[in-house]
Design a protein. Sequence first.
Length: 368
Amino acid sequence: MQILIIVVIVLLVAIIMLLMIYNMLISKKIDRYNNLNQKVVSLNVLQEFMDTISEEKSADDKIRKINEILIEKYDIKYSTIVIYNGAEYTIKATNVDVKHWETLKNLHSEEIFKDSIETATPKYITVEKEGERLPYQKMEFGRAKSAMFFPLYIDNVYIGYWIIESGKPHDFDKIDTTVLEVVKNNIISVIRTIETQGIIENIVREDLFTGLKSAEYLYAEGKRKIDKYTLSTVCMFQITNIVDINEKLGRHTGNDTISKVSEIVKQNISQDYIFVRYMGPKFVIVFSGIEVEGVSEFVSNIKNKIENVKVEQSEEDLYEDEEPGYAIPKINIVITTYYKGTAIEGTTKKLEEYLNLASKGENDINYI
């Protein structure tokens, strides 16, 4: 009987040992699967990041979409990206209610995160029990119970931070921080990529004399509108005798001439098309979705209207009792086709070079 009991005990121990070994193997397989799954998710996220960069959206819209991708793919409760623009910290993307924004955009001044910023390392904080709140929370209790803070650097220059939050205590205890580091680096890469786009969007100005947007408009918001179509026609024209007008009738009269020419075009052009002051006496019209043949008559009519107008000499350019003269603008026009997805700045550069190299007396409609 005792022998039987011993045998049963040995068998039970052996079974328990086998189950423990089996559980360990299963656990390792699950870990390997989770790591592989995280890598696959990270690759998919990176691909979606790249797709977002190539979309015809504003720089701010791209950052917001990237934040939405992070929230969805990594099942994050709250995600906020804050960037320092050289003057102040601004929230570029977040899914947190606006009433908390003031707190979130001032985390750099919180003592709990200062060492993280100085050492460029992530910071994980959590509450231990209900009723407690995170150190940076001023008036809220129920929203976030744990958070991970990631300072963002480009070429060793601090540019802001990314913070993820959860409504559960210790929710990030077992999270793979190496994956989050990869995500953070992807965020930095995206910010670096769209930085130039943001600069262009921010330097668009409205011209003083014509009320038209500057040439930079073509390379950001304008391009997004133009690229809704497979091809468009780009027309650049130059007031060829503006120097003579300035010298003979005065600079104020020259400015009035530029204003009058732009006004004629604005009055006759569809709002679906883009019209900007390119540089000095040069202007650009983009006929979105229209082939070259479809703009010929319009351009010819505009040219006739411009060259039949008389701009009276400005009073500021007249001497006492002097009779005013008149400026009659002359324009030289060059037209070409723009194809969706190509560099519109290359297209306008080609047209500009043509006008710059044209003879001073050329006064025509040219197709290149």
